[in-house]
Design a protein around this ligand. Structure first.
Ligand SMILES: [Zn+2]
Length: 392
């Protein structure tokens, strides 16, 4: 069937649409300068440090630049690249010595570098230390970095609004670190777990793209947007948990939205003699402990006592001290000790939550999302008084 041509516009219709266009133009604000889109900042993530040699590969074309920014090699694929530091402060790649103590490998046409069984987007920067050992950093933009963090820090099956909230928290946390003296980020829980181009990257990229450039600010400045797995009933006050200055969005809120977490409640039995040994107290066993708690009952400081001694430390430091030598099933999942019970040489701890408990509670974010709350509402709940602003 022959398609019917569209009707020709009449002169009146042409004049009417021209008038409508003029009216629309006049109705626009006089100052309609569009701000140029800013690019996300560059991030460096430490993947390994102080190794005598490094091995990596590239699944497609790549270029290699030496410490002076000069192109020294180009390849179509690299099956096995072995890097070593030379005694003269230079780096050797597969036996070829390159000038200077740094080497930058740049991917072309979507190539991924592989290092330690993980695929990485962006550049790899190899640095030689004064002891001729090598470190490697992944150099990439903040958005791509957040996509590599998202599903390492939150399960992909969590509700979409929780993932969106997580992407903003992760971006804000990283930006704060970069703006507060960190030359590079660690790929571990010390900062944020970064998995490079991990599984389900299309989901991660789509979530991160949906919140592109959005960061959390308090009083016009980024802040360290902490988050942790399960608060166990209330989030912690950063000032009490870590000391330092109080921060308005991180003072703690009640939260019973994380009850789905398997670590909402837990119990551990700690041998009193082991506590004494790990706290390195003079001699004799632990006799008592006094806890300073916040308004939600989260302990902030602990005072351990015995015959002729006492030891004070933060609840978080006690958890770290205990866990350093504990087997996996003996570890304290958090420092939220709700009840302590003394029994025949053992301290029975009834605890709550998993992680440091400051900032957004991730299981709580999932709970709020399941109850129909948006990512903005989730962020507003856990970072009270904070604003979400778009910076690029
Ligand atoms: Zn919670």
């Amino acid at each position: 069937m022959k398609p019917t041509p569209p009707p020709r516009p009449t002169l009146l219709a042409v004049l009417a649409s021209a008038f409508a266009l003029v009216a629309l133009t006049w109705s626009l604000p006089t100052c309609s300068l569009v701000k140029p889109a800013l690019a996300p900042p560059e991030v460096r993530v430490l993947l390994a440090k102080e190794r005598p040699s490094l091995e990596l590969s590239a699944d497609g074309p790549y270029e290699v630049y030496d410490g002076r920014g000069k192109l020294v090699a180009r390849g179509e694929r690299m099956g096995r690249g072995v890097l070593r530091g030379t005694r003269h402060g230079q780096i050797e790649l597969n036996g070829v010595v390159c000038t200077g103590p740094t080497l930058q490998l740049r991917p072309l046409s979507g190539t991924r570098f592989q290092f330690a069984d993980t695929d990485y987007p962006g550049d790899l920067l190899v640095l030689q230390s004064t002891t001729n050992e090598l470190s490697v950093q992944n150099v990439l933009d903040l958005e791509t970095y957040v996509a590599g963090v998202l599903l390492s820090e939150m399960p992909s099956y969590f509700p979409r609004e929780a993932l969106l909230a997580q992407s903003i928290a992760a971006r804000s946390y990283a930006l704060w670190q970069l703006q507060n003296g960190q030359s590079h980020l660690l790929a571990t829980q010390s900062h944020q777990v970064y998995g490079g181009t991990g599984p389900r990257q299309s989901l991660a990229r789509e979530i991160v793209q949906s919140t592109r450039g959005q960061i959390l600010e308090s009083q016009g400045k980024p802040f360290c947007a902490f988050f942790s797995s399960t608060c166990g009933g209330a989030t912690g006050d950063v000032h009490r948990v870590y000391s330092g200055a109080p921060q308005p969005p991180l003072t703690g809120v009640a939260c019973d939205h994380c009850k789905d977490s398997s670590l909402y409640r837990w119990q551990r039995e700690l041998s009193l003699s082991e506590i004494g040994r790990r706290l390195a107290v003079p001699r004799g066993s632990v006799e008592n402990v006094y806890l300073q708690r916040d308004r939600f009952g989260r302990p902030s400081r602990m005072r351990w006592t015995g015959k002729g001694w006492e030891k004070q430390l933060s609840a978080l430091d006690f958890r770290y001290t205990w866990n350093r030598e504990a087997a996996k099933d003996e570890q304290l999942p958090s420092a939220f000790f709700r009840e302590l019970d003394w029994k025949d040489g053992v301290l029975v701890v009834d605890g709550a939550g998993f992680g440091h408990g400051v900032g957004m509670c991730q299981y709580g974010a999932a709970g709020l999302a399941k109850a129909g709350h948006s990512y903005q509402q989730i962020l507003q709940y856990y970072y009270q008084g904070a604003q979400t602003v778009r910076r690029w």
